[in-house]
Design a protein around this ligand. Sequence first.
Ligand code: GLC
Length: 401
Amino acid sequence: MADPARIRLLCEATLRGNWREGVRAGDSVRYAYTCPSPGHYPWQWYWDSCFTAIAWRHFDPTRARRELESLLAAQRVDGFIGHTIFWDRPLSGPRRFTYNVTSPDAPMTASIQPPLLAWAWRIVVGDPATNPGIVRHHDWLAAHRDLDGDGLIWIVQPDESGLDASSKFDVVWRRQAHSLPGFLLLVRRNRRLDYDPRRIVDAGGPVCAEVMTNVLYNLSLLALGRPSLTERIVERMYDESAGLFHLLARPEPARAPAVTWAALAPLALPDLPEAIGRRLVEQHLLDPAEFWLPVPPPSVSASDPTFSVRDKTLLGPRRYWRGPTWVNAAWLVWLGLVRLGYTAQADEIVRRIGSAIVSGGLREYYDPHTARGMGAATFGWSTLVMEMIEPDRRAAASYIP
Ligand code: GLC
């Protein structure tokens, strides 16, 4: 195990250094959050905050709770919470064209990020069902994002999944995929349609039910004591012949999407049928030609033609989620390894991620072959490694009582 004491120090220093708190000018609402990376990502991002709150509990449970409460402080009365909240400085620069805001002075985006707030609350604080804001938030999602009435939620842009330029979205959004010039047109159109999936479907789409987003949403439903979506996820997204989970999209993509780590994300579900979990692990996660690279799991299977670990390409900065390894992904598949009893492999992931962190610091992502740190520095959610080096007994059950 790579130097846990040093990792702990690094994590604590990053969380403390990235902590922001204050009172919003104008309406005096109090905020407190960990910015993902001071230079590159200054605001409060929804899913980053859920992850950093989970990591904060190893150092300061009060801050862990305040971070989640800050998301609730941004909540609209109808329950909606945006993808990014601009507490202490307004949206500026070129991001005004690419961010999902319906007006230049909006306090937050009109788009969502993977809704894991109830699950994070369960891990950090306790029962989310006793918090009216969290209940309202999940009611909003069910009312606005469940297009088929079967529980699965749909996203209207790739960045709503947090997986931005993942290559699996290429077949869904094509020339309007994240980081391509056409993305500007997608944002312009969705601003007009208020990021409302029903209006977007009526206008021809695309919309997408993404696997990892639904896994995190389902963990929130379980945390709230609501019926599990796992059966539905298996029924609609599991490809029995490949032994992998795939996204759904409207209109139906012309080709199969790229194989990314999201295909393995259901491993984090405590009620995933064991045979499916074992197949995900043995046939895909542990295959050195697919996901078991020196720093596992890469965001895209190494056997997929779209796998790439370059920081930038000729087409522009399409660097996110197309090959490098992210610590949140490692943690989510690690939960499955632990639950299914693959103890040696679970320890191995921790060892390899731990050494990448010790040598390169807490970076946004890592080269899965060389462990070189890439992307933003002093990156918040990479502190999730704390969950793996200091697991408590709840880890084995994905934190659902
Ligand atoms: C990038 C990631 C997104 C994350 C944000 C802040 O846009 O793709 O998932 O929330 O950075 O870290």
